[in-house]
Ligand binder design. Structure first.
Ligand code: SAM
Length: 475
């Protein structure tokens, strides 16, 4: 019989997927219930776990809690990562008077962390795995009441560990009794991504908790290894309201140069992906020939600003039409949200084409940096007193930076190493180590959110295997 798991704040199922992959001898896990508020994420969970296992609703809602408790009378492990907007955790402790405990349950100030602990206390699993962002190891509590002032100087992670201890769960770690949590970097677990997360493992069986063993200590998996052979996707380039685009004058004054950089970056793809049929196809060749011919028309011609703008609009319309033909041929309708790039504006596509892989805008606007580029510096459209690392172009021979749910807003920190666009949801999912055929429900932005929020399945798998080791010792 597999060990049973309840996943709280389950998102699109990264944590659950990894636990389901965990194996030790013949031992495995089965997710019996997953609780999640967001409908798209629940649709994803239902597709993977089965409808009956998903409770869609707000964990703070007493009725939802009753359903969770009823569904999970006997559960071995609770896993979960409450969202981390707030660190105001302190409150009357469990050991306090009954009326204080009641206040804890009903006080609207109480955070999602508290509801997580409340469910742990009611269900009493053998093991709890709490996952969160690294920030909670340094964040001071945000005291907002007398009660909380007593915890003011404690960092959030310590309060969470204390809370688990007060519920009767030991947080002691094997080999190092001075620490109660682990900071794990996904890159050490065969995930092609730098992503640090904190986990606390706690058990109520009076055992020390296992360290999660690293998998690849020699070298990280690179982006090339996971994304290098995917079909090439070019972005749709929006031609609306171009005149309102910041720094459009810089583009129009240097239109020749800008178009050339875009054309060269597309041309390069023919060499870099010489063994991929879609790049050697007529449809792709037509795009390239069109861009080449059109940009040639601009050479040495004197045009007014308005003329240039009209010319560029026309060029982009023609490009988008040819792109559609290419896309229809090589990507089915079903995968388009997932496997295609979002649309970009022309200025950004120029920036993507001109940036060197492995650099960021913080470098190209910095005169001291080797990657300084006076033209990109001129093109940079954001307020430099606030944001300097807005654009980040990844490199093939390294793992990715931390995939963020912010990708649903824009992907400028996730520019592809050699295609002039940002990562698709599919690429983000592979960087998060989701299985190749894992599908996410909802539109493109909903998919980015679920992917960016997830615990990378391969990291979760290693955590799961360390819990199997712990449970084996208990057996
Ligand atoms: C950090 S994500 C969890 C990701 C997940 N562990 C995974 O590996 O894919 C946090 C999730 O908590 C959900 N959530 C936030 N507030 C909630 C609430 N009150 N009740 C239930 N779920 C909630 C969010 O919709 C989000 O999907």
């Amino acid at each position: 019989m597999p060990y049973t798991v309840l996943d709280l704040f389950a998102g699109g199922g990264g944590f659950s997927t990894g636990f389901q992959m965990s194996r030790r001898e013949n031992e495995t896990f089965e997710i019996i219930t997953a609780v999640e508020l967001n409908k798209d994420a629940c649709d994803t969970l239902r597709a993977h776990l089965g409808t009956e296992k998903v409770i869609e609703g707000d964990i703070t809602d007493p009725q939802i809690k009753e359903r969770v408790v009823a569904a999970c009378r006997e559960v071995d492990v609770i896993i979960g990562g409450p969202p981390c907007q707030t660190y105001s955790l302190a409150g009357p402790s469990r050991s306090g008077k009954p009326e204080m405990r009641e206040a804890l349950r009903t006080d609207p100030r109480n955070t999602l962390f508290r509801h997580f602990f409340d469910l742990v206390d009611r269900i009493r699993p053998r093991v709890v795995v709490f996952e969160n962002v690294e920030g909670i190891t340094s964040k001071q509590l945000n005291a907002s009441s007398e009660d909380e002032l007593s915890h003011k100087d404690q960092v959030a992670i310590e309060v969470i560990c204390d809370e688990l201890e007060s519920l009767g769960y030991s947080t002691r770690l094997e080999g190092d009794f001075t620490r109660r949590y682990q900071i794990l970097n996904a890159v050490n677990y065969n995930v092609p991504q730098q992503r640090k997360r904190v986990i606390i493992i706690a058990n109520r069986l009076d055992r020390v908790n296992p360290m999660v063993n690293e998998k690849n200590t020699d070298r990280p998996i690179t982006l090339k290894e996971v994304l290098g052979n995917l079909p090439v996707t070019l972005p749709k380039i929006s031609s609306n309201n171009m005149d309102k685009l910041k720094n459009m004058d810089v583009i129009l004054d240097n239109l020749d140069r800008c178009l050339n950089s875009v054309v060269s970056s597309v041309k390069m793809l023919k060499e870099s992906y010489s063994n991929q049929i879609e790049v050697q196809s007529d449809e792709f060749n037509n795009i390239l020939a069109y861009l080449n011919d059109e940009s040639f028309k601009l050479k040495d011609s004197k045009r007014s600003r308005t003329d240039k703008l009209l010319f560029l609009e026309g060029l982009l319309k023609g490009y988008n039409e040819l792109l559609q033909i290419y896309t229809k041929r090589y990507f089915s309708d079903e995968v388009q949200q997932f496997q295609l790039s979002r649309a970009h504006n022309f200025r950004d596509v120029v920036i993507f084409s001109m940036m060197r892989p492995g650099t960021s805008s913080a470098q190209f606007i910095n005169k001291e940096s080797q990657a300084y580029d006076s033209f990109l510096d001129e093109l940079y459209p954001y307020d430099r007193t606030k944001h300097i690392d807005t654009y980040v172009k990844h490199s093939w021979d390294k793992p990715s930076n931390t995939i963020l749910s912010h990708m649903e807003k824009d992907g400028l920190k996730f520019i592809h190493p050699d295609q002039p666009r940002t990562f698709t949801p599919y690429e983000a999912a592979l960087i998060q180590s989701f299985p190749l055929d894992y599908q996410f429900c909802g539109g493109r932005n909903a998919q980015y959110r679920q992917i960016g929020n997830a615990v990378p399945p391969l990291l979760a798998r290693s955590i799961g295997e360390s819990i199997l080791r712990l449970l084996e010792r208990i057996e």
